[in-house]
Design a protein around this ligand. Structure first.
Ligand SMILES: [Cu+2]
Length: 72
């Protein structure tokens, strides 16, 4: 398992955080996601054999949010 913290721009309430959590956790290979509206970040635990950081970023950005940085 690997974890990455994505800095996310564009969340404006807890609903946004919940949306991102649900979308990311639906992705194959993702074990869990913790998304904080207050901190503007999403921490994702995933299996690098099944998905990639790039894919996770794409999932977050699909509804219109922006990932501004990735912290290992
Ligand atoms: Cu919102």
């Amino acid at each position: 398992m690997k974890s990455v913290t994505l800095k996310v721009q564009g969340m404006h309430c807890d609903g946004c955080a919940n949306t991102i959590k649900a979308l990311v956790e639906r992705e194959p290979g993702v074990k869990s996601a913790a998304v904080s509206f207050e901190n503007g970040e999403a921490r994702v635990l995933y299996d690098p054999a099944s998905t990639t950081e790039d894919k996770l970023v794409a999932v977050v950005e699909r509804p219109g949010y922006r990932v501004t940085s990735r912290v290992p």
